[in-house]
Design a protein around this ligand. Structure first.
Ligand code: PMP
Length: 424
């Protein structure tokens, strides 16, 4: 299958992290999935700790999501006209988050790209601040790595992105208030927005230090910039109300704009951005900032997202917490017994395992994780029937379908995998 795939698709995959480049070996081709398990084209079954990189909060092929989707398909799959499911999904998002209006798109990349355009259109400014190690999709201006020294404008992180796309992007170290203060002191009147992962999950899970998001929100407000909180990964996953439910809702502040994806699409290509009504009304057709999409708010995708969010009750998050606590404790125990340095970090129900001493507070510290040891851990887990993310810098995603039997498969696999990691 991999040979056939490579003959038609670069690297044999439709998105790079699906390839096993970071861990070695051949990616598994998945034929079907149900509950907490994947089955590959050779008939092997794995307990899934990727969950489509986050979306499958209630497990694969959940009967109620499936029923809603099949009924929606029977009514036709796209009309290019407004529908009831997108309004209902929008109402659900408004009920769980501080956003006052929401616009649907088809991927997290589109959501962050559109949010930045809107922030620039609203403020009339051009500079965007982001943090090293935060991923916001493959938006040109956000595929930037820090240039030499702090508070310098960024260089493109990939060939194909023109310097002109990143020279308006400032990349700062995460969790570093002094760097943010200095950036605003130097460029404050040019900064349209600060965009951050609400809690980074794309360099492994790196919790914001207490009050960091509030500090970003207040700093932006003071300087007339917008605070854009990217909850594509954390939204409806870290908690019922995402990362904002863990900090902003408690501390009493709200981002100006937010982006969502993954869970809110229920396994379909649906994402969204939303925020303050006065900012969102700058969007076409109410306002002058153009943004559009043929399949945006697709009725099948929004039906799947709505069915998923309706299932995502407090009980679901309690189950994710309980299963996560069991897996984290067993992982720490196995790695300790094998003598492998490790740090496990969490935000709400999300967690990841760094193979280095902690704490990990930013991208520089995340980069210390032992990727060779992780590759050994990954392959030993795979051989024992557990599908971990094929990269050392990713969160391990659970679903509420991960029952005792699925968790037991993981617990049984861990000691041997930890010993394999120790041998590298
Ligand atoms: N923002 C964050 C925080 C993400 O984790 C991702 C995807 N991993 C994106 C944006 C981009 O989303 P998509 O892959 O749907 O374009």
């Amino acid at each position: 299958m991999f040979d056939r795939a490579r003959a038609v698709i670069p690297g044999g995959v439709s998105s790079p992290v699906r390839a096993f480049n970071a861990v070695g070996g051949t990616p598994r081709f998945i034929r079907s999935a149900a509950g907490p398990r994947l089955t590959d084209v050779d008939g092997n079954t794995y307990v899934d700790l990727v969950c489509s990189w986050g979306p499958m909060l209630v497990g694969h092929a959940h009967p109620e999501v499936q029923e809603a989707v099949l009924a929606a398909v029977a009514r036709g799959t796209s009309y290019g006209a407004p529908t009831e499911p997108e309004v209902e999904l929008g109402e659900e998002i408004l009920a769980r988050t501080p956003v006052e209006r929401v616009r649907f798109v088809s991927s997290g990349t589109e959501a962050t790209m559109s949010a930045i355009r809107l922030a620039r259109g609203f403020t009339g400014r051009e500079v965007v601040v982001k943090f090293a190690g935060c991923y916001h999709g493959h938006v040109d201006a956000l595929l930037a790595s820090a240039g030499s020294g702090l508070i310098t404008f960024a260089v493109p992180g990939t060939p194909g992105v023109p310097v002109s796309s990143t020279e308006l992007t400032l990349v700062l170290p995460y969790n570093d208030r002094a760097a943010v203060t200095a950036a605003f002191a130097e460029h404050g009147d040019r900064i349209a927005c600060v965009i951050t992962e609400a809690a980074p999950g794309n360099m492994g899970v790196v919790p914001p230090e207490p009050g960091f998001n509030q500090f970003l929100s207040e700093t932006c407000t003071r300087h007339g910039a917008l605070f854009v909180s990217d909850e594509v990964m954390t939204g409806f996953r870290a908690s019922r109300r995402g990362q904002w439910g863990l900090d902003g809702a408690v501390e009493g502040w709200a981002p100006d704009l937010m982006t969502f994806g993954k869970v809110m699409g229920g396994g379909f290509p649906a994402a969204a951005f939303g925020g303050r009504a006065d900012v969102m009304s700058m969007l076409a057709p109410e306002g002058p900032v153009y943004q559009a999409g043929t399949l945006s708010g697709n009725p099948v995708a929004t039906t799947a997202g709505l069915a998923t969010l309706r299932l995502a009750t407090d009980e679901v998050y309690a189950r994710l917490t309980a299963a996560g606590d069991t897996i984290k404790a067993a992982t720490a125990e196995a790695l300790s017994a094998a003598g492998v340095a490790h740090t496990i970090q969490s935000v709400g129900t999300m967690f990841s395992v760094f193979l280095c001493e902690g704490p990990v507070r930013d991208f520089t510290e995340a980069s210390r994780t032992d990727v060779a040891a992780y590759a050994a851990l990954f392959h030993a887990m795979l051989d024992a029937g557990v599908y971990l993310p094929p990269s050392a810098y990713e969160a391990w995603f659970l679903s509420s379908a991960h029952d005792d039997a699925a968790v037991q498969t993981i617990l049984d696999a861990l000691p041997g995998a930890a010993r394999a990691a120790a041998r590298t």
